[in-house]
Design a protein around this ligand. Structure first.
Ligand SMILES: NC(=O)C1=CN([C@@H]2O[C@H](COP(=O)(O)OP(=O)(O)OC[C@H]3O[C@@H](n4cnc5c(N)ncnc54)[C@H](O)[C@@H]3O)[C@@H](O)[C@H]2O)C=CC1
Ligand SMILES: O=C([O-])CC(=O)C(=O)O
Length: 329
């Protein structure tokens, strides 16, 4: 029996990440090589021409899996029947800014989109927020979609995870495929904590091969500040790597992580002392189409302090958006 087409909505489809994503989605890299796709591209009026142009090019790609492309500036229409929502549309930061500087401007985008998802999404909807500050924007979106289970709203820390894997592999001069068991904890911000204490390289504990000073002075700051490094070098924020990580996140969510784990920002259930409801990055496995937090990992003082600091920032962001009226009291 042919697989049913899935409705995939991309917000900010006329922007940089949108352009890097759309063709890869159409080629089957989001959901799988046998899953037909119906694309909805949501933009604000100023972005519609760019999205329309991308739609023309998608048409020219003659992608066998792509059944339709619709461009709209109406969130209700964009999310009607949506199975996968990629919430990319929002302002990127520039040089000298932190992602939290975008809180107020971008936060206002996500309440209305949450309401539109609540009103019309398919029962199995899965949402990935990419737009920064991603964790708190996911929190805002979920807060406006009370009828959709909170576990369906996630934020992207897969780019941080991929960066950490790549940095570690380069340091140890091994292929990225040799690394397993890495975790990004907390916020997609400079406070995030890339944790190697449970990581292995070809089955050997990484912690036997690297020292704490390398972790504290080189690895952690390099990964946590990679977004700023990219902005400094290319003059604009990450695009290709962000699109790639978006595909990785959703592909694994839908198709499973197998024996290993990855990192994603998901609604906390209180695990590891992270206050319930915060959208925080955890070690996660995807089982049966749902993210499950990897439980029972030991956490020493080095890790605990860093996880707590990043979670404290998430609590502050939640208070800030509450004070702005972007989530209910
Ligand atoms: N979570 C992560 O790892 C990463 C997140 N980002 C974030 O992704 C976001 C997008 O980045 P780019 O594509 O480079 O930016 P961009 O400025 O090229 O594109 C953003 C697009 O969103 C559109 N937009 C704005 N408000 C909208 C709304 N209410 N509805 C629909 N579309 C709307 C704009 O018209 C624009 O076309 C930024 O917030 C950036 O900081 C970027 C890299 C990694
Ligand atoms: O740093 C930024 O503003 C863009 C981003 O989230 C990243 O590259 O991780």
């Amino acid at each position: 029996m042919p697989t049913e087409a899935r409705n995939v909505t991309v917000t900010g489809a006329g922007g940089q990440i949108g352009y890097a994503l759309l063709f890869r989605i159409a080629s089957g890299q989001l959901l799988g090589a046998d899953v037909p796709i119906k694309l909805r591209l949501l933009e604000i009026p100023q972005g519609l021409n760019a999205a329309e142009g991308a739609a023309l090019e998608l048409h020219d790609g003659a992608f066998p899996l792509l059944q339709s492309v619709e461009v709209t500036d109406d969130a209700t229409r964009a999310f009607d029947g949506v199975n996968v929502g990629l919430l990319v549309g929002s302002r990127p930061r520039g040089p000298g800014m932190e992602r939290a500087d975008l809180l107020e401007a971008n936060g206002r985008i996500f309440g209305p989109q949450g309401r539109a998802i609540n009103a019309g999404a398919a029962d199995d909807v899965r949402v990935l927020v990419v737009g920064n500050p991603a964790n708190t924007n996911a929190l805002i979106t979920a807060a406006h979609a009370p009828d959709v289970p909170a576990e369906r709203f996630t934020a992207m820390t897969r780019l941080d995870h991929n960066r950490a894997v790549a940095q570690l592999a380069a340091h140890l001069a091994v292929p990225v495929t040799s690394i397993a068991g890495l975790t990004i904890w907390g916020n997609h911000s400079a406070s995030q904590y890339p944790d190697v204490f449970h990581a292995t390289v070809d089955g050997r504990p990484v912690i036997d091969l690297v020292g704490e000073s390398w972790l504290a002075e080189t690895f952690i700051p390099r990964v946590a500040n990679r977004g700023s490094e990219i902005i400094r070098v290319r003059g604009a924020s990450s695009v290709g790597s962000a699109a790639s990580a978006t595909l990785d996140h959703v592909f694994d969510w839908v198709n499973g992580t197998g024996s290993g784990w990855t990192s994603a920002a998901v609604a906390s259930d209180g695990s590891y002392g992270v206050p319930a409801g915060l959208v925080s990055s955890f070690p996660v496995r995807s089982v049966g189409g749902a993210w499950r937090i990897v439980e029972g990992l030991e956490m020493g003082a080095f890790s605990r302090a860093r996880v707590d600091a990043s979670v404290a920032e998430l609590v502050e962001e939640r208070e800030a958006v509450r004070a702005l009226g972007l989530i209910p009291d």
